[in-house]
Design a protein around this ligand. Structure first.
Ligand SMILES: [Zn+2]
Length: 279
């Protein structure tokens, strides 16, 4: 099975992963087995509508990234959510926070738009009575779907949006490596909670899958940051700039400026691995 390319809105290739269709198929099958064909179709349409909002969420990330000069390779929809693959993750905490928050902000904006329209139409917002019309049922589900999309993504479980905000906040004070390390540890904790909850609480294959994906992408992102640092160390050392074989204890990782010698030095694990003169 192949992915379906929806198009290139705003110049960003948007695809539906082949596995995405498992989700609406499951919802449709569950409703049909339950005996209510109309509701099965309505619930399937709601899933598709919510995933349109997931796509808009991803475009929020992509457009915020564009504002920082970062291109987006593509936006792909999976059964557990969407991913906007950015060409790079900005290292400035402010930019990373803005890009991470742009996704949930889109869902918040949708809620802000839907809410007054629903109130004006006299729709039930917090509860659905037995005699709710299909129209009311659809819009209420879509509203709450967006509330959940906004809040759930803000959980500080790296690499979800909230976890990226957390990593960026930590990186203001710590090295990027240390910040990623802590954020990934917290994200792994959430992955375990999601996984246990999905098995022992009410069984949710989606949540279980999300727990696995969170754990795996967290680990690979940590690996990427490590490799980035290794590359920098290597680049520093091939020019023979590994000046001190004995590490200088308690030296914080990162760039440091020495006003007297007018030199920038990059410190890593107590070693000056790269150095250049300021003009
Ligand atoms: Zn997001």
């Amino acid at each position: 099975m192949a992915d379906i390319t929806v198009g290139r809105p705003l110049g960003i290739e948007t695809r539906i992963h082949w596995s995405f269709w498992l989700l609406p198929a499951l919802v449709l099958a569950a409703g049909w087995i339950g005996g209510n064909t109309i509701m099965a179709i309505v619930d399937t349409v709601i899933v598709l509508a919510i995933f349109s909002c997931v796509a808009l969420h991803e475009f929020g990330h992509a457009l915020a990234a564009r504002a920082y000069g970062i291109r987006t390779r593509d936006v792909v929809l999976y059964p557990i959510g969407g991913i906007a693959r950015l060409e790079r993750i900005p290292h400035q905490p402010g930019a990373e926070i803005a890009i991470a928050l742009a996704g949930p902000a889109v869902n918040f904006a949708i809620v802000l738009m839907l809410f007054p329209l629903m109130v004006a139409n006299g729709f039930g917002i917090t509860h659905l009575t037995g005699e709710a019309s299909l129209n009311e049922y659809f819009w209420t589900r879509l509203l709450w779907g967006n509330v959940v999309l906004c809040l759930f993504n803000l959980i500080p479980a790296f690499p979800m949006d909230g976890g990226r905000v957390l990593r960026a906040l930590l990186a203001i004070r710590l090295s990027r490596h240390a910040a990623t390390d802590i954020a990934v540890s917290i994200g792994t904790g959430f992955a375990v909670i999601f996984g246990v909850g999905a098995v022992l609480g009410y069984f949710s294959p989606t949540l279980l899958l999300l727990a696995v994906v969170l754990y795996m992408t967290g680990q690979s992102e940590l690996q990427a940051v490590r490799e980035e640092i290794d590359r920098r160390t290597y680049r520093g050392s091939i020019f023979g700039r590994r000046l001190d074989p004995v590490p200088v204890a308690h030296h914080a990782d990162g760039w440091e400026y020495d006003a007297q010698s007018r030199q920038w030095t990059y410190w890593l694990h107590g070693h000056p691995v790269n150095r250049f003169m300021a003009r």
